[in-house]
Design a protein around this ligand. Structure first.
Ligand code: DOR
Ligand code: ZN
Length: 425
């Protein structure tokens, strides 16, 4: 057994503490530094958070290993401070059978930088016609099901999915998009898209599905999670659902908090994403919703794409943006630097709540004796500039190219093993 001392850290940005970690578990939290461990790390007064958990990423394996793999995605996750991620089923082949899900989990474990949980698809091949064997997959490593990238539009199929998911006590994550209303759409329907001649994706295409699903969940039960909430109206619907006691949770992406359709003026395909970047009032509503708990978590929707699919005309660009390596810095910028929230809030929306929603016993835990050493160390004052070329991700489609940030992950530990260490400048 090896012991690790993590001295001089500030859990949740509060008072300085010193941690002793033995065999992946925090065994002591003390007021004085430890000097008798196998390895001693000086945390230099940086902020210590529970390891971050991302409910929504795309690691592209199997099928598009040219853009990301479970290994490169795990590297990006560890660099972004994550100790667990959920990778969506829209791979090739689609993760619609237990052996495919098991392969994702096992590859992640073998690589060992991050726990990579497979998301199973709701319908076979994401075709929206026949349900998958939700029960069989639930018995392997799958605890969340989603057709993300596509919406389960057929209401009868969605009803059945809710009933099966309820029976197996797994969560359904919906990508809310009425595909009939978004045919050919590439940007948020509004003045900016109209001026540029881009076909619009109206808010109602999201909100009509959210409204339907909330009512179905109210009447048929089960646990429903909304992927990437993007509109002010969606926030109102979530408020209504929660006020009624419906078991609904929701995520917001860093890009829907920080960016708006103003970026369309660049006509740069890097800003194409699904759901699209909306208007300032949507971003403001989402921010408030995260602050008051109407939206539960931040999830990145990390979506790597190669330059052949991004550095093309806006209409031809594939939707999706990198997110793993910039999300903590964005949440810090939007909430902590802005004086709206503290590090406890960051721990809640990026680690504790996602772990709770997904019932991960060993993630999002308090930084305390007897708890697993899944930890993220953050320097809140380490000015850095986002740059696609420097990312651990295999792809470089970051919408924050050249953006200066302050908070930077300097170390990540998974069960006491260091999975990321920032090089000293
Ligand atoms: O922008 C997106 N990209 N939204 C999705 O729902 C899917 C994702 C992808 O797979 O690239
Ligand atoms: Zn997605």
């Amino acid at each position: 057994m090896t012991t690790l001392a993590l001295n001089n850290v500030r859990p949740y940005g509060e008072d300085v503490a010193h941690l002793l970690i033995d065999d992946g578990v925090i065994v002591e939290v003390a007021n004085t530094p430890f000097d008798n461990a196998d390895e001693i790390v000086d945390g230099e007064g940086n902020v210590l958070l529970p390891g971050l958990v991302d409910m929504h990423v795309h690691l592209r394996e199997p099928g598009r290993e040219d853009t990301e793999t479970i290994a490169t995605g795990s590297d990006a996750a560890a660099k972004g401070g994550f100790t667990a991620v959920f990778t969506m089923a829209n791979t090739n082949p689609v993760i619609d059978q237990p052996f495919l899900a098991d392969a994702v989990w096992e590859k992640g474990q073998a690589y060992g930088k991050c726990d990579v949980y497979p998301v199973g698809s709701i319908t076979q091949g994401l075709a929206g016609k026949q349900l998958t064997e939700i029960g069989l997959m639930a018995r392997s490593h799958v605890r969340m099901f989603s057709d993300d990238g596509r919406c389960v539009n057929d209401p009868q199929l969605m009803r059945r999915a809710i009933e099966y998911a309820k029976a197996h006590d797994v969560i359904l994550a919906q990508h809310a998009e009425d595909h009939r209303m978004t045919e050919g759409a590439v940007a948020h329907e509004g003045e900016r898209a109209a001026r540029l001649g881009l076909r619009g994706w109206p808010r109602v295409a999201e909100e009509s599905i959210v409204a339907r699903d909330v009512i179905m969940t109210r009447d048929y039960g089960g646990r429903y999670h909304l992927c990437h909430a993007s509109t002010e109206g969606t926030v109102e619907l979530l408020r209504f659902a929660k006020a009624q006691g419906v078991d609904v949770t929701a995520e917001v992406t860093p890009h829907h908090l920080m960016l708006t359709d103003e970026k369309l003026a660049t006509y740069d395909g890097v800003f194409r994403v699904n759901p699209p970047l909306r208007e300032l009032r949507d971003a403001e509503a989402l921010k408030q919703a995260l602050l008051d708990g109407t939206v539960d978590v931040v999830a990145t929707d990390h979506a790597p794409h190669g330059s052949e699919d991004k550095c093309v005309e806006f209409e031809h660009a594939k939707p999706g943006m990198l997110g793993l390596e910039t999300s903590l810095a964005i949440v810090h910028r939007v909430f902590v630097e802005a004086g709206l929230a503290d590090w406890r809030f960051v721990a809640k929306v990026m680690s504790e709540r996602p772990a709770e929603i997904l019932r991960l016993a060993d993630q999002g835990r308090p930084i305390a004796e007897g708890e697993p050493a899944n930890l993220t160390l953050v320097n809140p004052d380490a000015a850095w500039t986002a740059n696609g070329k420097d990312m651990a991700s295999k792809a470089s489609n970051t919408p924050y190219e050249g953006t200066a940030f302050n908070a930077r992950v300097v170390g990540t530990w998974l069960r006491g093993t260091r999975t990321y260490s920032a090089k000293k400048a």
